[in-house]
Design a protein around this ligand. Structure first.
Ligand code: SF4
Length: 314
C-alpha cells in the first residue's frame, strides 16, 4: 500500500518506510565514518603520503582543516566540537594544527599545490579576523593554491559580521557554506540556534558583494517542532535568497551518542511520514531552482540531487 501526499507525489509503502526508518551514518564524507577501520595506522598514512609522488598521475591535493570551537551548542549537534568562549584555546589549537601541517608536508611527495581547501567545524568563524588571516597565510606558505583552486569555509551567520566576510575573502576563500538548518523561530528555539532570516540574508549579500562565487546553504529536516508547512516556508525563504547549492541533511536523533540531543523532547520530533513529506516537498520546490556549479571546469551535482544524497545532522 502506498500513501499519497497532497502534492500528488506517491510516497513509498508504509512498511518500507518503517523498515528504513533507522539512523544511518552521515554522508558528509566518503567512505562514511562507520566504514573507518582501526587497523589503518599512522605508518599506513605516512606510506600513502610518500607513495603519492611515485604515481604517474597523482590525484589533486585537497586539504581539510577542522576548527572545532563553538560559542554555543546547538541541541541537534553530532559534530566533533568544543563549546567555549575562551580564545586562548583556539590560539593553542592553531599551533598544533600547523605542526600537523608541517608533519604532512615533510612526508608528502608530488606537487604540494592545493586544488581544494576546506575549513569545517565546529565553527571556523569562531576564529578572529587576525587568526583567520594568520592561519591561512601559514597554510599557504606550506601548501600554495593551484590556479582556480576551490577555497571554502563553513560559516555560521551568528559569528560572521561584514568585517569577517572581508577578512575571509582577503585570506583567499572563494566559496562559503552557510549553516541555516531552518528559518522557523519555534524550531530555532527548540534547537537553541536563534538565527533570524535577516542575519542570513545580510551575510549572503555581503558574501556576494565581496566576491564569493559559490554559496551553499545547509538545511536539516526532522528537527523538533518542524512541520511540513513550516519547512515549506523555510524553503520559500531559501529560494528567495537563491543559494548556488543546498545540502539537505536528515536529523538523526541519537541522544545516547550525542549529549546535547538529550535537550530535545522526542515528542517534538516529526514522525516518519511527516519527514518524508517534508523531503518530497523540498524536492518538488527546489527542482525548479536547480543550479549547476558556476565553475565551468568542474562538474557538480544539481541542487536537488546533492540534497537527496546527503544524510546527516550538522
Ligand atoms: S551544529 Fe555546528 S555550530 Fe552548532 S554546536 Fe554543532 S558544530 Fe557547533
Amino acid at each position: 500500500m502506498s500513501t499519497s501526499a497532497t502534492s500528488g507525489v506517491e510516497l513509498p509503502d508504509r512498511e518500507l518506510l518503517r523498515k528504513f526508518d533507522v539512523p544511518a551514518p552521515r554522508y558528509t564524507s566518503y567512505p562514511t565514518a562507520d566504514r573507518f577501520k582501526n587497523d589503518f595506522k599512522p605508518e599506513d598514512y605516512e606510506q600513502a603520503l610518500q607513495a603519492r609522488g611515485a604515481s604517474k598521475k597523482p590525484a589533486g591535493l585537497s586539504l581539510y582543516c577542522h576548527i572545532p570551537f563553538c560559542s554555543d551548542v546547538c541541541f541537534y549537534c553530532g559534530c566533533n566540537k568544543v563549546v567555549t568562549r575562551d580564545h586562548e584555546r583556539s590560539a593553542e589549537y592553531m599551533k598544533v594544527l600547523l605542526e600537523e601541517a608541517d608533519l604532512v608536508k615533510s612526508k608528502l611527495t608530488g606537487s604540494g599545490e592545493l586544488e581544494q581547501l576546506h575549513w569545517g567545524g565546529g565553527t571556523p568563524t569562531f576564529l578572529t579576523n587576525d587568526e583567520i588571516l594568520f592561519l591561512m597565510s601559514e597554510l599557504r606558505a606550506r601548501f600554495p593554491f593551484a590556479p582556480g583552486s576551490e577555497i571554502s569555509i563553513e560559516v555560521d551567520p551568528r559569528t560572521c559580521p561584514e568585517d569577517k566576510v572581508k577578512a575571509l575573502r582577503e585570506s583567499g576563500f572563494n566559496r562559503m557554506s552557510i549553516g541555516v538548518q531552518d528559518f522557523n523561530p519555534d524550531v530555532q528555539k527548540a534547537v537553541n540556534r536563534i538565527q533570524p532570516f535577516e542575519m542570513t540574508r545580510d551575510l549572503m549579500s555581503q558574501a556576494r558583494d565581496n566576491g564569493f562565487h559559490s554559496i551553499n546553504m545547509d538545511l536539516i529536516y526532522g528537527l523538533p517542532k518542524q512541520t511540513r508547512e513550516s519547512f515549506a516556508q523555510t524553503i520559500d525563504r531559501v529560494i528567495e535568497l537563491s543559494p548556488d547549492r543546498i545540502a539537505l541533511y536528515h536529523y538523526a536523533h541519537l541522544p545516547n551518542h550525542f549529549k546535547p540531543q538529550r535537550r530535545i523532547l522526542p515528542a517534538d520530533l516529526p514522525g516518519t511520514e511527516e519527514k518524508v513529506h517534508i523531503m518530497f516537498d523540498y524536492r518538488g520546490k527546489s527542482a525548479h531552482h536547480v543550479r549547476l556549479d558556476p565553475a565551468p571546469h568542474r562538474k557538480r551535482l544539481p541542487v536537488h540531487r546533492h540534497g537527496s544524497l546527503c544524510q546527516g545532522n550538522r
